[in-house]
Ligand binder design. Structure first.
Ligand code: NI
Length: 183
């Protein structure tokens, strides 16, 4: 099933998402829905709040970026109840976009490596180290669970310059090829 993507201005994108239990109803279907919605909108990551569910789960599939970063080969995963327990490495800058903020891309500074604890889709507990683009994608999606968007991480000046465009997005006044929801 493909769901509409909630865009900038939707309150659900600002909530701290809640952990889910292993027997969360419809978990497998939800995971498939997240992947399908992500692929349909050409994204490389999607968090549950972006489809209106304030729960701690996100999916990524950045295997299409393998040419940019070899470590992304086969990087398709589900992160349930994640906690980033350590931010490491140096600060790096990368031009980010977000399905909830269509048509806007900005350079965002982030730590270059992380350690994350999470459950996989079988609810096996994992603790893993990521660096490079994988670490960036995870941090971006993780932020969605903390009610944070990449536009929160840019300079106030840049944010002012985007204000009008963000207001239009929040009113749904934007041409996007996937379904959006603007509440
Ligand atoms: Ni995003």
């Amino acid at each position: 099933m493909i769901l509409p993507v909630y865009v900038y201005g939707s309150p659900v994108l600002r909530k701290i998402a809640a952990d889910i239990p292993e027997d969360y109803p419809g978990l497998d279907e939800l995971i498939e829905t997240l992947f399908e919605t992500m692929y349909h909108s050409d994204g490389i990551g999607l968090a549950a709040p972006q489809v209106g569910k304030p729960i701690r789960i996100f999916v990524v599939d950045a295997s299409s970026l393998e040419e940019d970063d070899e470590s992304l080969k086969g990087f398709k995963k589900v992160f349930i109840n994640p906690r980033i327990i350590s931010y490491e490495g140096e600060i790096s800058t990368y031009n980010e976009g977000c399905l909830s903020i269509p048509d806007i891309r900005e350079d965002v500074e982030r730590e270059s490596a992380i350690i994350i604890r999470y459950c996989d889709r079988e609810f096996n507990y994992r603790e893993e180290y990521y660096e490079g683009l994988a670490a960036r994608i995870i941090q971006h999606e993780y932020d969605h669970l903390e009610g944070r968007l990449f536009t929160d991480l840019i300079s106030p000046l840049k944010k002012r310059l985007l204000k009008r465009k963000l207001t239009l997005i929040s009113k749904g006044m934007i041409d996007v090829k996937y379904r959006i929801k603007h509440i």
